[in-house]
Ligand binder design. Sequence first.
Ligand SMILES: [Zn+2]
Length: 353
Amino acid sequence: MKTETITLPGDVPGNAIELRVLRFEGRDANAPTAYLQSALHGGELPGQAALHFLVPLLEKAEAEGRITGNITIVPQANPIGSNQWQAYQHLGRFELFTQTNFNRAFPLLPDFDVSSLPQIDAALPLAERLKAALLRLALPHEIILDLHCDDQSENYLYIHQDFLPEMTDLAVALGSKAILAWDSTADAAFEEACAYPVLQMPVDTRDMKRRAVTTVEFRGLADVDFATGRSDAQGLYRFLVHRGVVKDDGETLAVAFDGPVTPLANVEMVRAPQGGMVLYHVVPGDEVGEGDRLVTIVTRPGDPSGDVTLTAPQAGRILTRRSLRYVRRGDDLLKLLGKRPSAVARRPGALEA
Ligand SMILES: [Zn+2]
């Protein structure tokens, strides 16, 4: 493994950030190649734990001559967001200066030519130069896994529908409980920026069996521990073996995903009609029927007549819920995977801000 450090100068004198890039060189120039990054939202660490335990597995494979395709790993993809703290709280989702989500507004390129992307010392804000640097690292690879997590959540994947069904093998390898299939835009998330050049190619030239582009939601923010990290690393390793990036005769994958593949239109984003204290009736993984109680919001503590109870608009599976028990009017409370489109009109694009 070779470690490269890319230093991006900050926006004012005396500041800089460092991207640590870990590279494994493949022995077969025709093998698929893979890029994995984690913590684009700064403090989402289940994916970083997975990569922490994956690297030693790859080092062993390298020592035994079993790395076939090039592998690039960036375990801390966002040193800006990793360093954003305010009043003792970590705030890694939005850049504090512009309030822009770090996983939005990536450049969408018409093809794989990255020469038009700004260089690391261009006359542009650091966040834009960081996005360009990540894209320049990722785009030469056919397999691109961006490892995130939700709040309290099952393990699930976002995948553009054109990468299905070929990419269900990833869901099997990682033990994902659901796939959310998007089709229009993801608000120029990193995943969309990596999928975009593929989607501009004629369908018969895309060779989707070699490709994988996804946002992995590795459960919830607090699901960071030895056992989960090791198990997720094993899942990523199994996938890389299955796709021929690493050779290991001991790893096999039965390719049959039996979880739901849900279009974004069928995701019920249950929102708080008023602010207050949240009491959940459900946990991620629950199957609910139409009309079942999901969550009660206490709007006047001490006066039960102020309670607002929200019920399931349709039958389905609880995928995620908020960990904070205090919410504002309009906040997202949970995601329910339905079998039919939600009656609530939704703008095209990512589910969340
Ligand atoms: Zn994220």
